[in-house]
Design a protein around this ligand. Structure first.
Ligand code: ZN
Length: 342
């Protein structure tokens, strides 16, 4: 209930600022007088039609409806200039049309729908994109540990097994709901600790029980979209939050992930995305040493021309920050999100 009220207020604020012209004025002011001529880098995870949304075990913050994605891309194509990763790395953005700021589309994790849904829609519109792949999860049918956990949570028989885990989580009964809090708690720890917690509570060989809607693309599927022009970037091997891992693990995750992509896909891998945008000075250094030319975070702001190439910010988009109360694409919500106010 409280969550619904909060969301209604959020949508109301977006509509007020957008339709009064305040957001447009702010953008104009920033670009003209503060010379903030940055690139909008957008980050997506999953693009799902309504039927697959219902059967997916991914959390709502990962998902964008397919119809919303289409409207969003068509809206942006009229107002921004879609660029390839290569262009972002060339430092030559100043020459572009100031009325149409550059925009780079990126995807994380290589979900099956990125190849099946999003890429064909982008190709029809000749919009380039980059995809960040955790190599150890390629071809996995049941998604990440999050989808397995949510699957167990939704199923009354396996939910009972989660009781010892739930007892350990300091639940605040906050706005995000219990399962979100459990996921967040498990996320912010070394992967080895998480694995030992989950081994005890998830049914062995846990499947989500809904076909392969939460599958990760296979190497063959990745090769196909690479040949279609999608730029492939690194995203570690097993997708740990790198700031929680020791030096040896960080080095291995970075090096082995890059090598696997280069060997399997025969491409030079230059870009990296930090899992969950999680980075500190040490991790950034290791990314440079691994031979990456740039790296992306999830900090929601534009990437300035002289911005740090190893801390390129991204606006992560999902239904919650680009749709209105009826779940349809909302230009007001999108513009509020891109103003960094969401
Ligand atoms: Zn990821």
């Amino acid at each position: 209930m409280l969550r619904d009220v909060r969301r209604a207020l959020h949508v109301l604020v977006a509509a007020t600022l957008y339709y009064s012209g305040v957001l447009a004025l702010m953008r104009f002011f920033r670009r003209r007088w503060l010379h903030e001529n940055g690139t909008y880098v957008l980050g997506f995870h999953r693009v799902l039609p309504e039927s697959e949304k219902r059967s997916s075990n991914s959390l709502p913050g990962m998902i964008l409806g397919e119809a919303v994605f289409v409207e969003l891309i068509d809206y942006l194509q009229k107002r921004m200039q879609f660029i390839a990763l290569e262009t972002l790395m060339k430092d030559s953005l100043g020459s572009g049309n100031p009325e149409k700021p550059p925009c780079l589309i990126t995807f994380d994790d290589a979900w099956i729908d990125t190849g099946a849904r999003a890429v064909p829609l982008l190709r029809q519109r000749q919009a380039p994109a980059a995809l960040f792949v955790p190599t150890g999860l390629v071809g996995k049918q049941e998604g990440f540990w999050v989808e397995q956990l949510v699957g167990a949570w939704k199923d009354p028989t396996s939910r009972a097994r989660l009781a010892p885990l739930i007892e350990r989580v300091p639940l605040t009964k906050g706005r995000d709901g219990e399962i979100n809090e459990i996921v967040q708690w498990l996320l912010h720890m070394p992967a080895q600790n998480r694995q030992s917690v989950l081994e005890g509570v998830l049914p062995p060989g846990s499947q989500n029980g809904h076909g392969n809607v939460d599958a990760i693309m296979s190497w063959e599927q990745l090769a196909r979209i690479k040949d279609q022009g999608i730029e492939i970037g690194g995203h570690t091997v097993t997708h740990p939050l790198l700031t929680y891992e020791d030096d040896e693990t960080v080095n291995g995750e970075l090096r082995i992930g890059k090598q696997a992509l280069e060997q399997k896909l025969g491409t030079h891998v230059l870009a990296f995305a930090y899992p969950n945008g999680d980075v500190n000075r040490h991790v950034r250094e290791r990314v440079i040493q691994t031979g990456y030319a740039c790296a992306f975070t999830t900090e929601p702001r534009c990437h300035g021309e002289n911005g740090d190439k190893y801390l390129i910010p991204r606006f992560m988009l999902h239904d919650g920050n680009v749709t209105g109360l009826r779940g349809k694409f909302s230009p007001a919500m999108l513009n509020l999100t891109l103003a960094g106010w969401a």
